[in-house]
Design a protein around this ligand. Structure first.
Ligand SMILES: [Zn+2]
Length: 452
């Protein structure tokens, strides 16, 4: 019997997945693994053909990796589809219309933490594969489905689950033709200050570092203060960072992003300028500088986010520190930014890069795999869609996949034509049932056409 894709069934299955409170923790030892393994069992029970016909194994602490062996008739490299099982904390329960871990289905939506980020993507992939198996379909190439467990804390104090999966496959000599993760996707142009509809395929992402900058001091009683205490240094460092932001520059990937968007930008004058970024750079600079959302694409950002002195009002601090978060543009590295900070802050202060990683390489969308995603979007939603190779300012698990594939893409299969927000990371996170089923159908098309 053919396993049909319907909004109701997809919603039921997503609802079941939301019921597992798969929270990842910064300190991995604090993680409760029971919901993760509960979710594994749930997936295997909900998708009996996948459980029967695909190999599966647990990678790392609780990563779930499926392998669908193809006929091998196609020369195409394997497809690597992924999603993360873990979720961010639910926040204030009182503010949720429906409880965050009951997976209530109401008003055509599934409600709850993880409903959109990122269990919907996982369910859409599983629905697609279960359907294809029920038709007796077998791809001519291999498919991997990887469900990770610590994306929301970027690995926390342990190895990233996505990295563990990639290492596991690389060690077996696996190289994939495309990796698909959350991030881009079909969207209304308005989401990018543009007209029409956009197919966004994110080809890279900025790096991330949390720096600690500090100054040690002898401390003392606040009734007899000395000048130049530890906090004075911190204050000077903060001002230095404000006054010495890194210069704006154009990377090839960011140039490609803006030149693709330029013809459909709502602001026609801005579109004209961005159609030739280099030629119009001097005119663009003041515009970029005034708009933090634009500026972030054109330089490595540095921003103080946490500062600390002593524990009490009458104690001079023995240590004062400021936490500085940085998002690294392609071309900079954790080391180069550490050196840069040292060069601008007062002497006698230390700079420690805590958690961090370099920016990813950036691919392009000129190859068959990306063009297939684009053509599937046009088939489904109409010809009038602009393809935008994007660079993400935030991070995803995809940053760990560059050893596994040359075509690392962040592209979700969903398009909510009603323009609703899924409220990821907020209260009342939700997933529209029809959009969910549309995502499963998109994945079926993709699997059938890839490698042809
Ligand atoms: Zn996510």
């Amino acid at each position: 019997m053919v396993y049909e894709i319907t909004p109701n069934k997809c919603a039921e299955h997503l609802s079941g997945a939301v019921k597992f409170a798969t929270l990842s923790k910064d300190h991995e030892a604090d993680t409760d693994w029971t919901p993760f393994f509960g979710l594994h069992d749930y997936i295997l029970k909900t998708y009996p053909l996948i459980a029967e016909k695909l190999d599966h194994e647990v990678v790392g602490k609780a990563g779930l990796l499926f392998h669908w062996k193809g006929t091998g008739k196609s020369k195409a490299l394997p497809v690597y589809m992924m999603a993360h099982m873990d979720v961010v904390p639910e926040g204030d329960w009182g503010k949720w219309t429906y409880p965050p871990y009951e997976g209530v289905i109401a008003d055509g939506h599934v409600w709850g933490r993880g409903a959109s980020d990122c269990k919907a993507q996982m369910i859409a992939q599983l629905e697609a594969v279960e359907h294809l198996l029920s038709e007796g379909y077998q791809p001519d190439y291999d498919i991997y489905m990887a469900y990770c467990y610590n994306e929301e804390v970027a690995g926390g104090d342990s190895l990233s689950s996505a990295q563990a999966m990639a290492d596991h496959l690389t060690a077996k000599g696996v190289k994939c033709g495309i990796t698909l993760d959350e991030g881009g996707g079909m969207r209304a142009g308005s989401a990018m200050e543009a007209e029409g509809r956009i197919c966004s395929i994110a080809v890279g992402e900025k790096g991330y570092v949390d720096f600690e900058i500090y100054r040690l001091d002898e401390g003392g009683h606040s009734s007899t203060p000395h000048h130049g205490g530890a906090l004075d240094y911190v204050a000077e460092a903060i001002i230095a960072i404000r006054d010495h932001q890194l210069p704006y520059r154009i990377t090839p990937a960011v140039k490609a992003r803006f030149e693709a968007l330029a013809p459909v930008m709502k602001d026609k004058e801005l579109g004209r300028l961005f159609s030739d970024i280099e030629g119009n750079w001097n005119e663009l600079l003041p515009i970029i500088d005034k708009d933090p959302k634009l500026a972030a694409y054109f330089h490595t950002t540095l921003v103080p986010t946490m500062a600390q002195g002593s524990q009490q009002g009458n104690i001079l601090p023995e240590k004062a520190s400021v936490g500085v978060n940085s998002r690294l543009l392609q071309g900079d590295t954790v080391e180069s930014i550490t050196e840069y900070l040292k060069s601008i802050i007062p002497e006698g202060m230390e700079v420690i890069p805590h958690k961090g990683h370099n920016p990813t390489p950036c691919g392009d969308v000129e190859n068959d795999a990306a063009q297939l995603l684009y053509s599937l979007c046009k088939e489904r939603y109409g010809e009038d869609i602009t393809l935008v190779p994007d660079v993400m300012l935030g991070g995803t698990d995809s940053k760990f996949l560059y050893g596994l594939s040359d075509n690392v893409y962040r592209f979700g299969p969903f398009f909510n034509t009603k323009g609703e927000s899924t409220r990821a990371h907020q209260v009342n996170e939700n997933m529209d049932c029809e959009t969910l089923a549309g995502g499963a159908e998109f994945m079926i098309d993709f699997i059938k056409k890839y490698g042809k």
